[in-house]
Write a new protein. Sequence first.
Length: 77
Amino acid sequence: MEVGICTVSEKGQVTIPRDARRRLNLKAGDRVLFKVEGDKVIMVRVGGRRLSETLEGQKPWPITSVEYQRRLRAEWP
């Protein structure tokens, strides 16, 4: 199934064709993995969520990182 043809830039960059981006639901910031199999390059979407989406709605820490470190150090003999 051919989706589009790209040209490699001087920096080694390619633009993923719009149809391919739509089919894979790729957005700016998404990560992809490139697999080389023989003379083919296979692009695979990595992970389903961005870090910002994963952290959204998380409760804040009850203490600061500095206080956490102090408590850990106090536990050591």
